[in-house]
Design a protein around this ligand. Structure first.
Ligand code: MD3
Ligand code: FE
Length: 224
């Protein structure tokens, strides 16, 4: 699975002049969308992710119900893995048999800062799941509940192609709110919103040849 790094279209100096691009939206009482929060760091994030993927490449994992359409890898002390027997966190990459690449400082710091920005102090993420969507990829409605520490927040960074995120309730059948996620957006959620069902609708290809060709999502979690 190849990873195509891409250059940010706008420069950081242009972005900082547009306060509306870094506004925060509240999605729940403890869930926030930080529009454009990661934009100034997009280039550095792509480089850091490309480095990590040299140690642990992208791969499509299997589940009890079939193959995932999203290609994934991890960096950090723990990585989220799935196979036909279920989901778990592992300290080694089952593909290489070696520990996951270390979490690059630029990724760690971005996650810590974003959590701090909305009031989650002292977030110390141990796992960064790298989700790579090609057009046609999706992530069905699910809860993130494989972590022993459900008190810590989760931070997710979206880059590249836009997607429609589904933000549901605590029951699978609760109505979902649809939220557009764009290049540079960061989501932070925890507390009462930590176990909400969520998913990503099928990613559409870009209409412009100058646009990004894939969607990259980084999800930072405390595991133990
Ligand atoms: C809000 N990834 O890897 S991240 C996942 O965009 C995952 O690739 C999605 O869900 C992605 O598990 C969405 C944003 C997100 C994740 C979990 C949440 C938002 C959430 C849990 C509760 C509330
Ligand atoms: Fe999730």
């Amino acid at each position: 699975m190849s990873f195509q790094p891409f250059v940010p279209i706008s420069s950081a100096s242009q972005i900082s002049l547009l306060p509306e691009l870094s506004s925060e939206q509240s999605l729940g009482s403890q869930a926030w969308l930080l529009k454009g929060y990661a934009l100034p760091h997009a280039g550095a994030i792509f480089e850091a992710v490309a480095d990590a993927l040299e140690g642990s490449p992208l791969r499509k994992m299997s589940t009890a119900r079939g193959w995932m359409s999203v290609a994934q890898s991890n960096c950090g002390a723990y990585g989220w893995v799935s196979d036909r027997t279920g989901y778990r966190y592992a300290t080694s990459d089952p593909l290489t048999g070696t520990p996951w690449p270390a979490m690059p400082p630029v990724l760690y710091q971005l996650a810590v800062n974003a959590a701090q920005h909305v009031g989650f102090g002292a977030f110390d993420p141990q796992a960064c799941l790298i989700n790579y969507y090609e057009p046609g990829s999706r992530m069905g409605l699910h809860q993130d509940r494989d972590e022993a520490d459900l008190k810590a927040p989760i931070v997710s960074v979206s880059l590249g192609l836009p997607a429609v995120f589904q933000f549901g309730g605590l029951c699978r059948t609760d109505p979902v709110q649809k939220v557009g996620l764009e290049h540079g957006d960061v989501l932070v959620w925890g507390g009462v919103d930590r176990l909400r069902f969520h998913g990503v609708m099928t990613v559409k290809s870009a209409s412009s040849p100058l646009a990004h060709a894939h969607r990259l999502n980084l999800t930072f979690r405390r595991v133990t």
